[in-house]
Ligand binder design. Structure first.
Ligand SMILES: [Zn+2]
Ligand SMILES: [Zn+2]
Length: 417
């Protein structure tokens, strides 16, 4: 089919001029002043004179309509780029290369808009498809990791300790405490967040817990990509995956105690481990109370691990409090940077405690320091009260194997009192 040619209409303000006069005007427009030209050609228009000029038909068809395009006369300042091309039928516009419009504008004709919309829709579809793929991948990963329900026989000693703490947390969820609006599930499970994360990861790995796969995708993503357990815990999408023919807590506790009789040293290590996290938390609660940064690194861990051989959690809390009071003064008088003061606190605890060991003096204590803001963690309750049966001694004595008496049955213990 032949390309269609549409003739432009001469502007009413130029209709009194012959074709030759108009061409003469268009040629001289770029060299002469408008004010002189409008007088000579009798035109009632001064500004934007070139907009009155009828466009030229050029040998270039519109890519949509099979119509020859028109080329408009540019303004004087845009003359070096040439005029823009426009389709008389669909108004598809091609701006002259490198001109201001070419840099800043896109054609808004119906055809171009339609194509743009199609591209956007295609991209949206593509994104949605990718999102669903990701979703499926995560579900597959979780499904492949999650096994059939297990029994206590599938768990090792420390797994069961973690399970006991988890069960205590579930119990708290259904109790009076959880009715307060500020209550967050498992917020009090462990002294430190790192221990809490370890516990949940271990229970998931051992299949003692599984994830309810019907929960929001973001929760999984946060868990898998950022290791963020909080969202998972808050969504309450964790499910117990242990079967038991008795009440699980007491069955689990019994198994743990049997294990301890076989390996009493584990009880001592457990006491130390909980003690370490209690000390870490106390230090960091105190640091936070005077706006100093947390100290959670290997140096701090090593410090408390060493000192727990000589001191109880309660004594170490007292020492920490003493050193923190000094840090608060340092902070007020701005003797150094916050990070430095926090580091000094850790070093201060070491030298204070070492002095006590060398000089042989005894730090008095009246239980857990009153300034201790948080209530006892669930894992401490489980370990000190139920598993090791040492109650407050867990805090008041330095971890040691002699005080555990785990090789005796309850009957023997009563007789020995
Ligand atoms: Zn067109
Ligand atoms: Zn267009």
């Amino acid at each position: 089919m032949d390309t269609e040619k549409i003739e432009p209409v001469v502007h009413p303000k130029l209709q009194h001029l012959s074709k030759e006069s108009r061409n003469d005007l268009y040629n001289r427009f770029y060299k002469e002043k408008n004010s002189a030209l409008i007088i000579e050609f009798g035109i009632k228009e001064n500004s934007n004179l070139h907009r009155l000029f009828e466009p030229k038909i050029i040998e270039e068809a519109c890519e949509y309509c099979n119509v020859f395009m028109w080329k408009l006369y540019p303004s004087k300042s845009e003359q070096k780029y040439g005029g823009k091309k426009i389709c008389p039928k669909c108004e598809h516009t091609i701006y002259p290369e490198k001109s201001f419009s070419w840099n800043t504008q896109t054609c808004t004709c119906n055809n171009c808009e339609r194509i743009r919309l199609e591209e956007i829709r295609k991209e949206q579809d593509e994104n949605e498809r990718r999102r669903l793929d990701e979703h499926q991948k995560i579900i597959n990963k979780l499904t492949s990791q999650q096994g059939d329900p297990i029994t206590l026989k599938d768990l090792e000693y420390y797994d069961m300790i973690c399970l006991l703490a988890y069960l205590k947390g579930v119990e708290e969820l259904s109790s009076e405490v959880s009715r307060f609006h500020f209550f967050r599930p498992f917020s009090n499970l462990t002294p430190t967040d790192s221990l809490k994360t370890d516990i949940f990861k271990l229970l998931l790995k051992k299949n003692a817990l599984r994830i309810n796969l019907e929960v929001d995708i973001d929760v999984y993503q946060d868990f898998i990509e950022k290791d963020n357990l909080d969202a998972l815990i808050d969504s309450q999408s964790l499910q117990l995956n242990v079967v038991s023919n008795r009440e699980l807590y007491s069955e689990c506790l019994e198994s743990v105690k049997n294990e301890l009789i076989k390996a009493p040293n584990n009880g001592y290590l457990l006491w130390k481990r909980i003690g370490l996290h209690e000390c870490m938390e106390y230090l960091n609660v105190e640091l936070a109370s005077i706006d100093l940064p947390a100290r959670l690194g290997a140096v701090t861990v090593q410090l408390f691990e060493e000192l727990l051989q000589y001191y109880s959690v309660s004594q170490l809390n007292k020492i920490t409090l003493r050193v923190i009071e000094r840090a608060a003064k340092d902070k007020l008088s701005r003797v150094s940077y916050d990070k430095q003061i926090a580091n000094n606190t850790v070093a201060g605890i070491r030298s204070y405690a070492n002095k006590g060991i060398v000089e042989g003096w005894y730090i008095t204590f009246d239980g857990i320091p009153k300034k201790y803001r948080k209530e006892q963690s669930l894992i401490s309750k489980v370990v000190f009260n139920d598993v090791l049966n040492i109650k407050d001694e867990g805090y008041l004595k330095s971890p040691n194997i002699e005080d555990l008496e785990i090789d005796k049955s309850d009957d023997e213990r009563i007789r020995s009192v």
